[in-house]
Design a protein around this ligand. Structure first.
Ligand code: F6P
Length: 751
């Protein structure tokens, strides 16, 4: 017996020594391999992002930051930056560690790596970089343009991932050698005691027995993990590719197979209207929200739940209040919800448009909050949430909640469908926390929105405002690192997703040639060939700065009398929210201003301002976009403003000038526009003069750059990025859920 014990001890000791040696060797090899992997990953990311980065390099515009943000969506990538060849910082992501500066990087690189290019090929530099919170791995990929080295893409990789893998490897090896030593001892002893025949029988039984299948389970799991990893990497590689309806659909099917997309928006994409002649026509409402979201649902199919507000809407639906749209080429359902006049007054005109709209826009109109309006808003949100639940065909649909009409709906939907993926998008600005405090129901609004998986806003500033508001008015944990809020154990991501338009834009592609549009528009207005034509397209809303726009045209005519008689500014103005007193006042004020300017500068055959107050269908709007010499967007405050993007999409001739208010979200992206402060009439008038005098070459250059930007940052990308982020969030939550269940099982808690 003593001999057996000694033998066992010796065997165990040699097992431990062997394990120790093997661990050191394997760890070294593993680290080396991971570093190679990181270098390869960095090179592949740089390859994918290169065309975009080089395209925006010389302009150093906000698109660079967008592209870097895209790169760091990879969960193992912590931050990214661009350094010029002179080691100056060009752009970076928000959480770029201050210690890793371009200059410090240059010093480190100089010490270990003299040249960035060798024999014409670029090499990836990399090194572990100690930071107070733990080591990271920094790699720098040289960027070369026309054989000239212009700078570096610098990536900070999460090294904890490598450390975790190494620790796992150590544990596995130690366990394996321990088990091996133990197994060897047992086998030796048993073998010594059993006859050869008996041993063989035992062995055969073991090999062929039930245990065999279980032994292979980890391998199957590994293969599955590998397949998932390859799929994820493929997606990361494809990030530079252009988003299209097809790619959006594939993304949806891959991440949410079999799940239905439900859009919840107050405004319907198609409206059945009975005209004065008794004929029912299908109208397209003047709404940026509809312009953007409709192509998304056309690509994904599903159902759009909206208020049925057309005078003939009830005649067009089936007995479930549904109708297939778009007319003529149906691809999804429109589900109409009916509201009584009282409900509409309290929810839409009252709380949404007399309360929230002026609250969120800095346009000097006082918000009005009434308890009865809030009660109607809450009740209508409940009715729409129920309609969404009824439209869901499973317990985990993808619900896209749109805008400030439905701040309470996400929580109500979550209560009924806890597994749903709810993505809420706030199309208008989010006010700073102190201003939100004006609203007596601010906490309820925030609580409601936090029922979402993702709250999307137009800009990072609005995300900061949202997080500050949560911080001030709710009991919730803010996760600044992930840009999210944890409340009731649920994480809601709060991220910027600047909205855009469909690209290619069918409305532009289907429009007649530019010369034909110009001929038709000039004829419609009774103008001669040499006319200078400017255009503005808006709902008649006080946030759009229409009066300021007309006053800027007046100032232009004062300063440059030569334009008098030649310049005509056409304002397409769609009446909107006309039950609200402020809107009625605005309507009158705009009309008065236009009349005054026309009287001052016009005569019986010439009017500098043409105010076309009516609903205009897309073909007519696009005709004016294509006919105009310039488009003037002068919003006093605007979440994005898609008119600016539509104008650019309409100009496939690469002509025309965009004059854009600095207070729009679009001004952060369309940096080649003439950006103005609409309150500064002299500045606006000067921009109008520059637009009129701009040489065709410069127009082409600016328009081309904006069109390239929109082709990349289109609405399919907007929706696709939100879906990908939501899928990652869901995966993470289900992994945590499984781990929690396993812990509970091990601890013996009942299920
Ligand atoms: O920007 C806010 C918004 O909801 C847009 O999305 C839309 O273009 C516009 O207001 C439409 O307003 P309404 O639906 O009240 O006509």
């Amino acid at each position: 017996m003593k001999r057996v014990a000694r033998f066992l001890l010796a065997l165990l000791a040699s097992g431990v020594v062997l394990a120790w040696i093997a661990t050191a060797v394997v760890e070294r090899a593993t680290r080396g391999r991971f570093e190679e992997d990181i270098a390869a990953r960095a090179a592949s990311v740089a390859r994918g992002a290169r065309p975009g980065l080089l395209g925006h390099w010389s302009r150093a515009d906000s698109a660079l930051a967008h592209l870097l943000d895209d790169i760091v969506r990879d969960e193992r990538m912590m931050a990214a930056a661009l350094c010029t060849e002179r080691l100056e910082l060009l752009a970076r992501t928000a959480d770029w560690p201050a210690q890793v500066g371009c200059a410090a990087l240059g010093q480190k690189m100089a010490a270990t790596w003299a040249r960035v290019t060798e024999g014409g090929t670029t090499r990836v530099w990399g090194s572990v970089w100690p930071l107070p919170g733990g080591d990271v791995y920094v790699s720098a990929v040289p960027l070369v343009q026309r054989e000239q080295h212009i700078g570096f893409l610098v990536l900070v990789h999460d090294l904890s991932f490598v450390e975790r893998r190494a620790a796992q490897m150590r544990t596995v090896l130690l366990l394996a050698f321990g088990l091996l030593a133990l197994g060897a001892s047992v086998v030796t002893i048993v073998a010594a005691r059993l006859s050869w025949r008996g041993f063989r029988k035992e062995l055969l039984r073991f090999i062929q027995g039930e245990s065999r299948r279980k032994e292979f389970l980890p391998i199957i799991r590994d293969v599955r993990e590998l397949v998932e990893r390859i799929a994820a990497e493929r997606e990361a590689d494809g990030q530079a590719a252009v988003w299209s309806p097809q790619r959006l659909k594939q993304t949806l099917v891959r991440h949410f197979p079999g799940e239905k997309v439900i859009v919840l928006a107050n405004r319907e994409p198609y409206l059945h209207d009975r005209g004065h002649d008794g004929v029912v026509r299908v109208l397209h409402p003047a709404s940026g929200l509809v312009t953007a979201v409709e192509p998304v649902l056309r690509a994904c199919s599903g159902v759009w739940v909206a208020h049925g507000s057309g005078s003939a809407d009830r005649e067009a639906v089936d007995r479930n209040d549904r109708v297939r749209v778009p007319p003529g080429a149906p691809s999804y359902w429109l589900r109409r919800v009916w509201l009584s006049p009282d409900e509409e007054r309290g929810y839409y005109y009252g709380f949404a448009n007399e309360g929230l709209w002026p609250l969120c826009h800095l346009a000097h109109t006082r918000p009005l909050f009434r308890s009865a309006d809030y009660a109607a808003y809450a009740a209508v949100n409940r009715r729409f949430a129920e309609a969404v639940v009824r439209e869901a065909e499973s317990d985990d649909p993808v619900v896209l909640v749109q805008d400030y009409h439905f701040a309470l709906a996400p929580r109500l939907i979550r209560e009924r469908l806890p597994r749903a993926t709810i993505i809420s998008f706030w199309h208008i600005p989010w006010p700073y926390a102190e201003r939100l405090g004006i609203c007596p129901w601010r906490a309820e609004l925030l609580e409601g929105l936090l029922g979402s998986s993702i709250v999307g806003l137009q800009t990072q500033l609005y995300c900061n405002n949202f997080l500050d508001s949560v911080d001030r008015y709710l009991e919730a944990r803010i996760d600044r690192e992930q840009n999210g809020v944890v409340q009731h154990g649920q994480l809601t991501l709060v991220r910027p997703y600047p909205i855009s338009i469909a690209w290619p834009d069918d409305r532009a592609n289907e429009a007649p040639a530019v010369e034909e549009c110009r001929r038709a528009a000039l004829a419609e207005l009774g103008l001669g060939d040499g006319a200078i034509l400017g255009v503005g397209v808006d709902r008649l809303d006080y946030t759009k700065g229409i009066e300021e726009r007309l006053l800027a045209v007046e100032r232009l005519l004062e300063r440059f009398p030569a334009y008098n008689g030649r310049l005509t500014f056409v304002q397409l103005a769609a009446p909107t929210r006309s039950l609200i007193e402020h809107y009625r006042q605005l309507d009158q004020a705009v009309e008065k201003t236009a009349a005054r300017i026309n009287q001052r500068f016009g005569n019986s055959s010439y009017q500098p301002i043409r105010l076309l107050r009516a609903h205009h269908e897309p073909p007519s709007v696009y005709r004016y976009y294509r006919a105009a010499d310039f488009c003037f967007v002068s919003s006093l405050h605007d979440g994005m403003n898609l008119v600016a993007k539509e104008f650019v999409a309409a100009r496939d001739d690469e002509r025309g000038v965009l004059i854009l208010s600095q207070f729009t979200g679009a001004a952060r992206e369309l940096t080649e526009a003439l950006v103005v402060n609409p309150y500064d009439l002299d500045e606006s008038a000067a921009a109008l003069a520059s637009a009129i005098a701009m040489p065709p070459g410069e127009q082409r250059e600016r328009m081309h750059a904006m069109r390239v930007f929109l082709s990349e940052f289109n609405v399919y990308r907007w929706a696709g990025r939100m879906l990908v982020d939501a899928a990652r969030l869901r995966k993470k939550a289900s992994r945590l859920g499984r781990a929690g269940a396993e812990l509970a099982r091990l601890a013996g808690f009942p299920r």
